[in-house]
Write a protein that binds this ligand. Structure first.
Ligand code: ZN
Length: 140
């Protein structure tokens, strides 16, 4: 079994709207912007709701559970030191199917990853950020 580790990553540009998303992992929390008027989750984080145009949008903790919508296994070592293979995936959060995070699936063999697989968040500290990554939900 190849235990997949997360690849080195280019850090995101963090602004005031996305800061909570990139730092709340310090407390083990996945925070997604949510509209207080219509309860719609808004991602990537912007200061207004695209559904009802309210500006009452603020980060809110979600469960950290999700499902793999699509994924690709990368075998090419693009840069020296890049551990391969790794899994690049789009994960829909459990709370709202159209909130989809570009992330890596870790802690499993790439061959285990499948469409619709249940995953849970964990956070990789990188400099001052906490990058949300996902791993399979194992039986309790
Ligand atoms: Zn709204």
């Amino acid at each position: 079994m190849t235990d997949v580790r997360p690849p080195p990553r280019a850090l995101p540009v963090v602004d005031k709207d996305s800061r909570t998303f990139w730092t709340s992992g310090r407390d083990g929390i996945l925070a997604i912007h949510r509209c207080k008027q219509c309860a719609y989750y808004v991602h990537p984080p912007v200061p207004f709701c695209p559904r009802c145009e309210s500006r009452e949008v603020a980060p809110e903790a979600v469960s950290g559970r999700g499902t793999v919508v699509t994924f690709t296994v990368n075998h090419k070592q693009w840069v020296p030191g890049l551990p391969v293979p790794y899994v690049l995936a789009l994960v829909a959060i459990a709370e709202q199917d159209d909130v989809r995070l570009v992330t890596n699936i870790t802690d499993c063999d790439p061959g285990e990853v499948g469409f619709g697989m249940a995953v849970e968040v964990w956070f990789e500290p990188v400099e001052e950020l906490w990058v949300p990554l996902f791993r399979p939900v194992r039986g309790s």
